[in-house]
Design a protein around this ligand. Structure first.
Ligand code: AMP
Length: 218
């Protein structure tokens, strides 16, 4: 399956993406994770992306699209993928359509995670991620690690993302409403959108998502 996951910051996209990708046996492709890996490895791309990310703005389309193209063309993504955090504006959605069209493939679904704004703020304020792998995500009250500050999965140090500060979160929400939300209408016109509530226990949300994708047997 080829799926795009959409939702505001703090909707639980990363958490659900890891679980859904495993169930559906497709690679989880997170542009945020790819950027963070480039930043920690201090690549040219990482240096460029950092200032945009720290300010809560989008990294320019040209570099983002090139990075995704490169990733989608890796052998593990030939049979399908789950995109988390891309596309984030209509230009990126159009670029993705064009890229897939050149390969004669199409998206199967766009899964939208809905969550009220006050909940988003609570989730982000308590979010802690692992230095070794930013897909290892915890929350100080909602899903605390067994040992404070230590990743349950790999023992790495947990930290708060710089762009999870209150001021940056406000910018990210604004960017979501103005730039990312319009892609929902874009994909609705293609009949691809399925929407679920992202409230409740993590397992329940995964079940809801699989059901909405008609893959609850996965
Ligand atoms: P995320 O981990 O998905 O919340 O992404 C963290 C940050 O990475 C975003 O706030 C953006 O600055 C940047 N980013 C991630 N995906 C994209 C994208 N598709 N286009 C532009 N910037 C992105």
């Amino acid at each position: 399956m080829r799926i795009v996951l959409v939702g505001p910051p703090g909707a639980g996209k990363g958490t659900q993406a890891v679980r859904l990708a495993e169930k559906l046996r497709v690679p989880h492709i997170s542009t945020g994770d790819l950027f963070r890996a480039n930043i920690s490895q201090q690549t040219e791309l990482g240096k460029l992306a950092k200032s945009y990310i720290d300010a809560g703005n989008l990294v320019p389309d040209e570099v983002t699209i090139a990075m995704v193209k490169d990733r989608i063309e890796q052998p593990d993504a030939v049979g399908g993928f789950l995109l988390d955090g891309f596309p984030r504006n209509v230009q990126q959605a159009e670029a993705l359509d064009q890229l897939l069209e050149t390969k004669g493939i199409k998206l199967d679904a766009v899964l939208v995670l809905e969550v009220p704004e006050d909940e988003v703020v609570k989730r982000i304020a308590g979010r802690r991620i692992c230095r070794n792998d930013s897909s290892h995500v915890f929350h100080v009250t909602y899903s605390p690690p067994k040992k404070e500050g230590v990743c349950d999965i790999c023992g790495g140090e947990l930290y708060q993302r710089e762009d999870d500060s209150e001021e940056t979160v406000r910018t990210r929400l604004e960017v979501y409403h103005t730039q990312t939300e319009p892609i929902i209408a874009y994909y609705k016109a293609q009949g691809l959108v399925v929407t679920i509530s992202s409230l409740g226990p993590v397992d329940k949300i995964t079940q809801r998502a699989l059901k909405a994708l008609k893959r609850d047997d996965a």
